[in-house]
Design a binder for this molecule. Structure first.
Ligand SMILES: C[S@@+](CC[C@H](N)C(=O)[O-])C[C@H]1O[C@@H](n2cnc3c(N)ncnc32)[C@H](O)[C@@H]1O
Length: 497
């Protein structure tokens, strides 16, 4: 367990109470948004109802029960007992909801952090199944998984089941033309006035924080790659504290490469064999991919910017040589509106190659006041130079399609083969079959574990070592990956990713 167990467990950051986080979950609109998110709530309903054998006559725990919907699903599926654990004030509502649905005798509510509770049977009592909806933007934001791991270690029986059972993070290079057009280039001509000062300002704010967006499937420039898998029965707090993944992919849709799109999928694997050897249950998947029905998580995008001439004085090195602090909406970052981000330049150079640090005020809804819990959640993003893909923002060009109108915003890209392409208006054009690579690092803050530092480093596919397996179309990677897949099919190697 992390340093803060005495103050409520892993969810508490050093020197700061988590009360803001929990009180922000007392906002009923957040619960309306979550419960009304059909792909999300239906996935849990299906996972429970299609795997009733895991619940009938069993003891279950709902970690972070909110308004109690998952506890109701479990009680209705035949659970003997459901421990509904909720730290926020909504715990009182669960009592009433349980009663109103005739489940008072099944659902027992704990109004406390799961790290603090003791079950009626004391330390010896264990549960058969632990269900929780803990996922944040790009899966890990909000860090509720730490609390779920703590609950699993304390309360789950050795042969107990975790729902969801697996969670995977996906990444894909993407184009952000709509976002640029609607939120950046909008300012270039407003009622006939040149307000590009505002577009520069707007762009800068996008570059300093991961953006929560509805990315269209057609904006994805490559086959999505699963960059990280977590088996929730065994994942440890150490594994989610710090990790890096290196990815190379082949472009299959030429276009403007303007960011890395991140999302997650969770699966609920309820398959078990009964004594007669029959397989019971099924696997249910909740996907937040751009190809799936939209959820309140949308997708998270790390925006690459190619600073315009007007902003270049704020980037003393190449546009990619920057390291910036940012903030996503949070606490309960279940409601996010991008509209109200106000970037205030606060400090300079906090680490070696840092050029700026930017705190963003956020609100979940433009009609509502943000909570102080949200105020303090920051997510730094660093974008480093591609090793040999040098960006320059002071060259001329004439590539001006894509309905973008800011002619001052020019970039030139020299790739590893020494060919030069000119890009316009923050576009970084990539061609079919071109290989692009990046290294993504997520680092949970030791001061407040609800915060992650996200670092994206562009990699040159010709120079950097590719992972094994690698899903890029370079012949060497294709051969190795095909061989590995064949051996896996033949049962010679086991996939341990
Ligand atoms: C994403 S919401 C899910 C609510 C509900 N399970 C649902 O699906 O609608 C997460 C809930 O977990 C609660 N929570 C987060 N960490 C917790 C902890 N360590 N102990 C108890 N409750 C926690 C929050 O207050 C919030 O209500």
């Amino acid at each position: 367990m992390s340093e803060a167990t005495d103050e409520g467990g892993a969810a508490v950051g050093k020197g700061r109470s988590d009360d803001d986080y929990f009180s922000s979950y007392e906002d009923v609109q957040i619960h309306r948004l979550m419960v009304g998110d059909t792909p999300r709530t239906q996935a849990y309903a299906d996972a429970i109802n299609k795997n009733k054998h895991l619940f009938e006559g069993k003891v279950a725990m709902d970690v972070g029960a909110g308004t109690g919907i998952l506890s109701l699903f479990m009680a209705a599926a035949g659970a003997k007992k459901v421990y509904a654990v909720e730290a926020s004030g909504t715990a009182a509502l669960i009592e009433r909801v349980a009663r109103d649905n005739g489940f008072s005798h099944v659902i027992q509510v704990f109004h406390d952090r799961v790290e603090n509770i003791t079950l009626p049977g004391g330390d010896e009592e264990k549960v058969d199944v632990l269900v929780s909806e803990w996922m944040g933007f790009y899966l890990l934001h909000e860090s509720m998984l730490n609390s779920v791991i703590c609950a699993r270690e304390r309360f789950l029986a050795d042969d107990g089941i975790m729902f969801p059972s697996e969670a995977n993070i996906f990444a894909c290079p993407c184009s952000l033309q709509t976002m640029y057009r609607e939120q950046i280039n909008f300012w270039d001509n407003v009622y006939g006035f040149n307000m590009s000062a505002v577009s520069d300002y707007a762009l800068k704010s996008k570059l300093t924080k991961p953006e929560v967006h509805d990315v269209k499937e057609s904006d994805l420039l490559a086959q999505p790659t699963c960059i990280k898998k977590f088996n929730l029965r065994w994942v440890t707090e150490e594994e989610i504290q710090l990790f890096s993944t290196t990815t190379f992919v082949g472009i299959n849709r030429p276009g403007a490469y303007q960011g890395i799109c991140l999302w997650f999928e969770c699966s609920f694997d309820g398959r078990q064999y009964n004594e007669e050897g029959e397989e019971l249950g099924t696997v249910v998947t909740l996907s937040t991919s751009p190809s799936s029905p939209p959820t309140h998580w949308k997708q998270t995008v790390v925006v690459f910017g190619y600073a315009s001439e007007n902003t270049s004085h704020q980037h003393p090195t190449t546009p990619h040589d920057k390291n910036v602090n940012t903030k996503l909406p949070t606490g309960t970052d279940k409601i996010h509106e991008e509209k109200v981000n106000i970037c205030q330049k606060e400090t300079t150079a906090t680490v070696s190659n840092c050029t700026e640090s930017c705190k963003l005020k956020t609100s979940r809804d433009e009609n509502r006041v943000e909570t102080s819990g949200a105020e303090n959640d920051t997510i730094p993003v660093k974008i480093s130079s591609p090793k040999s893909q040098k960006m320059s923002n002071n060259t001329t060009h004439n590539n001006n399609d894509n309905n973008m109108t800011n002619n001052s915003d020019n970039t030139t890209r020299t790739n590893a083969n020494n060919t030069t392409r000119t890009n316009a208006n923050n576009m970084n054009l990539v061609e079919k079959d071109e290989v692009v690579g990046w290294k993504l690092t997520l680092n949970q803050s030791s001061d407040n574990i609800r915060h992650y530092t996200m670092t994206v480093e562009m990699l040159d596919p010709d120079i950097e070592e590719h992972p094994i397996p690698c899903y890029c179309p370079i012949p060497r990677c294709l051969i190795i990956t095909n061989m590995m897949e064949k051996e896996m099919e033949d049962g010679d190697i086991i996939d341990c990713t």
